[in-house]
Design a protein around this ligand. Structure first.
Ligand code: NAD
Length: 439
């Protein structure tokens, strides 16, 4: 593994082997504003910097990307810091498997950029970041001892980077894992309520999605959710309470699918006296996307709005919780608009999970206005108002909503924090000056 191509194409375990052989425990890729390029902390990893510097798809002048191998278990840790103008880079910790280092770097860059946009569009004084732990197939994910050691070690890693990144829960990580992270670092949110955190964010996320649907209905002059039919892909943590909020608003019917019969049975029992048509599907069966309905709510996986699915969609509105629903934000955003379907961007409506934990450090009060204003109709940055504004601007500029929302978010992301300024970049600078990678 000596030439530049092979490191990027190596699988994570081959890459870790290379790091171990070369006695590299930590390394960083940090953006140099003056030179407009990323510098790597160790010349033996120059090929990673070359890859990032020439990438046109996922790299967007990320301020810093910091990496470490876990003390035990040979797991690669990453903290991807996209932008910190508005505040510390905030975003969840994903525990996932990757075929190559390229896939890992791309996912981290893409997800952290997405968090910058989500946080900025919600007008939170937070920047955007993402944490990743790469699953090592030799480890049993269900071994509680292994998980405890791994997440504590990740917490230790987060502490070492001095707060430029604030971690949280994400795919593959659970509440107990977050408690383990918290035991080693103060730079985390989404911790259990028992240790002063805000707990599970899913119900809050669900309510935000429902507000996005209401904005789209208003925009189209179609009234309220009452009497509407909604098709839902996935019946998990967000979709289940979301159905409850929709039934409260007297939807006529919900058609929902999942790949897990046990879960379907639980949700059916919960809404036994409601008009819920719940079906078991195979993981590759996307037929729910083509259901006759007013609103389609993707709440399972990403990239489901693509060249194959879009021509067959019958809904007037698409609004759901899943991240990265558009396989390609430009091409497929345009394809949806061309079909006359109103798409409410995912990162606009699924923000309430992050809003829920945004003020954890400031204590709790009943009916917290800093949370609930995101669900009011007249607050400028509420889900409803932002969605309406994006849809109106989309119409007047003949530009797909995802593009409008992204532009708006990118402008907001450049505003400096009113108290701390662009402090995150200074933290990264100090890590480089103090040779963090040698620690
Ligand atoms: P979840 O894992 O609890 O629920 C997803 C459900 O989708 C699962 O029940 C799973 O069995 C089902 N599923 C997977 N593939 C499917 C398929 N092909 N067809 C039908 N069902 C399928 O996750 P969640 O917390 O409910 O989140 C749902 C989506 O929303 C995810 O994409 C997540 O990243 C996003 N999101 C969640 C939150 C949150 O607060 N939980 C916040 C922002 C975004």
């Amino acid at each position: 593994m000596t030439n530049s191509i092979s490191l990027i194409q190596a699988n994570p375990q081959q890459f870790i082997q290379f790091l171990n052989q070369n006695n590299i425990k930590r390394f960083s890729l940090v953006y140099d504003k003056k030179a407009d390029k990323v510098n790597v902390s160790d010349v033996r990893l120059q090929s990673l910097a070359d890859f990032v510097n020439t990438d046109k798809r996922d790299f967007m002048r990320h301020e810093g990307m910091l990496f470490q191998i876990s003390e035990k278990h040979d797991v690669l840790f990453g903290a991807f810091i996209h932008k910190t103008n508005r505040g510390q880079a905030s975003g969840g910790l994903r525990y996932w498997h990757y075929a190559s280092i390229e896939d890992f770097l791309r996912d981290g860059m893409r997800l952290s950029k997405g968090m910058t946009r989500k946080n900025a569009l919600a007008n939170l004084w937070w920047g955007g970041g993402k944490g990743i732990m790469v699953h090592n197939p030799a480890n049993d994910k269900n071994d509680p001892k292994m998980r405890e050691e791994l997440y504590k070690d990740y917490g230790h890693f987060v502490s070492s980077i001095n707060g430029c990144y604030i971690t949280a829960e994400d795919v593959g990580t659970n509440e107990q894992d977050m408690a383990n992270v918290f035991s080693e670092t103060r730079f985390t949110t989404c911790i259990p309520a028992s240790v002063g955190g805000s707990g599970n964010p899913s119900s809050a996320t669900a309510l935000g999605v429902v507000h996005g649907m209401e904005a789209a209905l208003k925009f189209l002059d179609l009234g309220t959710l009452e009497g509407k039919t909604v098709a839902v892909q996935g019946m998990g943590h967000v979709a289940e309470p979301m159905m409850g909020y929709m039934f409260e608003r007297n939807v006529a019917k919900i058609v929902a699918v999942d790949i897990n019969q046990e879960l379907i049975d639980e949700v059916k029992a919960k809404y036994a006296n409601k008009n819920l048509d719940a079906r078991l599907v195979d993981i590759k069966d996307n037929s729910i996307l083509f259901e006759e309905c007013d609103i389609l709510a993707p709440c399972a996986t990403g990239a489901i709005l693509n060249g194959e699915s879009i021509p067959q969609i019958k809904a007037k509105i698409i609004c759901g919780a899943s991240n990265n629903q558009l396989k390609d934000s430009k091409i497929h955003g345009q394809a949806i608009a061309d079909r006359g379907i109103t798409y409410v961007p995912d990162f606009l409506v699924n923000r309430m999970g992050i809003v829920n934990c945004a003020d954890e450090q400031s204590g709790y009060i009943d009916n917290d206005p800093y949370f609930y204003r995101h669900l009011e109709q007249d607050f400028e940055f509420s889900v409803f108002q932002t969605a309406l504004r994006v849809l109106q601007q989309s119409q007047s500029s003949d530009t797909p909503p995802a593009i409008v929302a992204t532009k708006l978010a990118d402008e907001l992301a450049l505003e400096n924090n009113p108290i701390y300024g662009h402090r995150g970049s200074k933290i990264i600078e100090s890590l480089v000056n103090n040779q963090w990678h040698k620690g």
